[in-house]
Design a protein. Structure first.
Length: 714
């Protein structure tokens, strides 16, 4: 870029060659780049072809005169803001007036003072640039506002005038009665009624105290559409501190709010049926319970579970099962909606009172229960609704449901407790047959209380070492020698005495305490093994029952070996007994877990084998060391028949796969002999010994593994 161009580009238009020469001479001297045109036509041509920063334009020219040139330039987008300096006759008032009207920015009299000309050109150019800069930034601002769906506005206090950006008009209606909108009352008319007080007080505080605000509210556009807006405004004061105007921005956030609502809806509703989910149900129920509490009213939770739904999935496939659930959900929804509830409550509330909280479990919040009978009527209706035949894939299906009902405040006084009570009632309903409903009652209450109490006690028992391990010998029936032991847990209850696992293992499973209990057992067994070793007793292999939740824990192998390592016990001294059900679920992952336990050195035993009895051939895929024939088959083993056949094929299978086979629950000599004769020497049962407390088991270890049998060695 050379010096000429840095000064700016001037188009000089005059039919007088002398004036052109003198003018261009002084302009070039002042640093401008000058192009010359000797008539209006040429001026327009040059303007079309090139960019200029300013035009010096003679008014009087033959043909197209200066006024016309100016007007044409102004019609162009590009020429809208181009500074035009007109050369007019001396003190010719009329031509000056005409010059301005045709779009001139400035004028200079002829004859021209050349020094004055260059100054005027320089000034004109600078203001042209300034205007352009403002233009640009306004365009950018408008663009930004459009993107943000944001309008800006101001209210001038002195002039009582409202002005706003184009985007503001676009967003909130071009036909706005701006005069109306400009007054607070006029504007408020378009604000959503529930937001009016908020907007009015915010604006008042702004105008009177100059307090800025940021609010969101709903407003109705002239076309009737309701928009959610965010508005931020502040006051501008003069030097004396008076508020002269307020300025603000208003943003249309409807889409954002809608997206938010969609997300909220998704997270609060069940994806399959569209019903409320557990979370939403809990929220709605909490509000309604509170309302009922205040009004001394009553409401009920109806817990509904489809009977034998699993068999629908099994028979028809999961897709059909989903379809069934959707149909049932719709029926529940409409039978609750159609209920008298709707008359009592706004539709929103009634619609949200049916929820799907689990696979085939639904809950209904019944409001305004005046007597237990109200809830019973609804329960009856729901049962009938479910029992109506359904057709899925051209097959007719008839389902039933069981229902448990708990009433607030009679049965419980929090949502959680009420839901639990309804679930209790559901269990009772299920137990008394299909298609039944039951109310929660005192008896269930008592049972639930006892259970809760036991749960807490069990928690304490695990923490405070009230649990005990007993050890039952595994014996080699051929030699009569000890071949191992199974650790079996007991609970030394402070009041109730020694409890067997049957009395607390199911509870531990239900209460989520089974993993903690299992950890305790493993640690206690390892501690016992260490103590026996320290006492110089012969080492013995101990079997531990590993419950499914423990087995399914992440890193179960690392965890188990870490627990026993604390007592310095190696995995080689431990057999883990697992249940058959684990093999059926997700075999691939089970195999990975089994392998990882084995790699640590644990031996693996399949407990109660044969009860599932679905997967004999399957068995060889699993890396197992031992099979335990369930007691059920041992009991009748000497009578021949089916049980004996099963026991024998388990033994056969075990040998084929290279697994050790253990018979458990051996109570008679006949059983022991039969099993021994059929190549199953390792046995466990009352015939040899019941589970023993550690000191008595130690006595056997001390006697070098020889057991005292009731009738001498078999
Ligand atoms: P299981 O693993 O099948 O354990 C064998 C059960 O049969 C023991 O009952 C044992 O006392 C009993 N039993 C042994 N020999 C005979 C016999 O000749 N005749 C009869 N009728 N029964 C015999 P227990 O100790 O009451 O344990 C019951 C169940 O509780 C166990 O069955 C096991 O599934 C579970 N269990 C016991 N201890 C634990 C443990 O530490 N953790 C886990 N997760 N479960 C355990
Ligand atoms: Ca066992
Ligand atoms: Ca067993």
């Amino acid at each position: 870029m050379d010096d000429d161009q840095r000064g700016g580009r001037v188009l000089l238009v005059d039919d007088d060659a002398m004036i052109r020469m003198l003018a261009s001479e002084s302009l070039r001297h002042a640093g401008f780049a000058v192009s010359e045109a000797d008539c209006g036509e040429q001026a327009v041509r040059l303007f079309d072809a090139q960019e200029f920063d300013l035009i010096v334009l003679d008014v009087m020219m033959p043909g197209v005169d200066g006024y016309q040139v100016s007007r044409r330039i102004r019609q162009h987008e590009r020429g809208q803001w181009l500074p035009i300096l007109m050369l007019t006759g001396l003190n010719d008032g009329e031509s000056i007036e005409l010059a301005y009207r045709s779009g001139a920015t400035d004028f200079i009299n002829k004859p021209v003072n050349w020094l004055l000309l260059t100054q005027r050109v320089r000034y004109g150019m600078r203001s042209g640039q300034a205007i352009q800069a403002v233009q640009h930034s306004q365009q950018r601002l408008a663009h930004a506002q459009r993107l943000a769906r944001m309008g800006s506005w101001e209210w001038s206090v002195a002039e009582a005038r409202f002005a706003c950006s184009d985007e503001m008009l676009r967003l909130f209606g071009g036909d706005w009665q701006l005069a109306g909108a400009a007054t607070l009352d006029g504007f408020l008319a378009s604000v959503r009624e529930s937001d009016r007080a908020l907007v009015a007080s915010a604006r008042r505080a702004l105008l009177i105290d100059g307090q800025p605000y940021q609010i969101t509210y709903g407003m109705q556009r002239p076309d009737g559409k309701l928009r959610e807006v965010y508005e931020q405004a502040q006051a501008v004061r003069d030097t004396a501190g008076r508020i002269v105007r307020v300025e603000g921005i208003t943003q249309d956030i409807s889409e954002r709010i809608e997206a938010q609502q969609r997300i909220e809806h998704l997270s609060m509703h069940d994806g399959l049926t569209g019903l409320a989910n557990r979370q939403l149900f809990a929220q709605v129920a909490a509000v309604e319970l509170e309302r009922a509490r205040r009004n001394h009213g009553s409401c009920a939770i109806v817990h509904l579970d489809i009977d034998h739904f699993k068999s629908v999935n099994d028979a028809l496939g999961n897709a059909a099962g989903d379809q069934v659930l959707c149909t049932l959900a719709e029926r529940l929804r409409s039978s609750v909606r159609g209920a008298d509830l709707l008359a009592l409550n706004p539709s929103m509330r009634a619609a949200e009172t049916v929820a799907r909280i689990d696979g085939d479990a639904f809950t209904v919040l019944v409001l305004e229960v005046r007597a237990a009978g109200d809830a019973a009527i609804i329960a009856e209706r729901l049962l009938q609704t479910i029992a109506r035949p359904l057709s899925i894939d051209d097959r007719e299906v008839v389902l039933t449901a069981s229902i448990g009902i708990a009433v607030f405040p009679r049965d419980a006084d929090s949502v959680e407790a009420l839901a639990r009570a309804a679930e209790q009632a559901l269990y009772a309903a299920r137990a008394s047959g299909p298609a039944t409903y039951r109310f929660f009652d005192e008896e269930m209450n008592a049972a639930a209380r006892v259970k809760l109490h036991l749960e807490n006690e069990l928690r304490r028992a695990i923490a405070q070492d009230e649990l005990r391990l007993h050890f039952q010998p595994k014996v080699d029936a051929a030699s009569g020698r000890l071949s191992g032991a199974e650790a079996l847990v007991r609970w030394q209850h402070p009041r109730r005495g020694l409890l067997g696992p049957g009395e607390f293992i199911p509870l531990a499973e239900e209460a989520g305490l089974i993993v903690a209990l299992g950890d305790w057992v493993l640690a206690a067994a390892a501690r016992q093994l260490r103590q026996w070793a320290e006492a110089g007793l012969a080492p013995v292999r101990v079997s531990i029952n590993l419950a499914s939740p423990s087995f399914l824990e992440e890193q179960v192998a690392e965890k188990c070996s870490a627990i026993i390592a604390q007592e310095g016990i190696a995995p080689e001294q431990v057999v883990l007994e697992l249940t058959e059900s684990l093999l059926v679920v997700d075999a691939e992952r089970t195999i990975v877990r089994l392998n990882s336990l084995r790699e640590k050195g644990f031996a693996l035993s399949l407990d109660d084998f044969g009860t599932g009895f679905s997967s004999l051939s399957y068995l060889k895929r699993f890396p197992l060391d031992e099979l335990k024939i369930d007691r059920a088959f041992v009991t009748d083993v000497t009578r021949g028949g089916k049980d004996a056949a099963i026991a024998l094929s388990i033994i056969e299978l075990g040998h084929q796969f290279g697994m050790r086979v253990v018979a458990e629950g051996v109570e008679t000599r006949a059983q022991a002999d039969f099993l021994l004769a059929n190549r199953c020497p390792i046995q466990q049962g009352f015939l040899f010994s019941p589970p023993l407390p550690p000191d008595r088991f130690a006595a056997i270890l001390g006697s070098d593994g020889g057991l005292a049998f009731p009738d001498g060695p078999p």
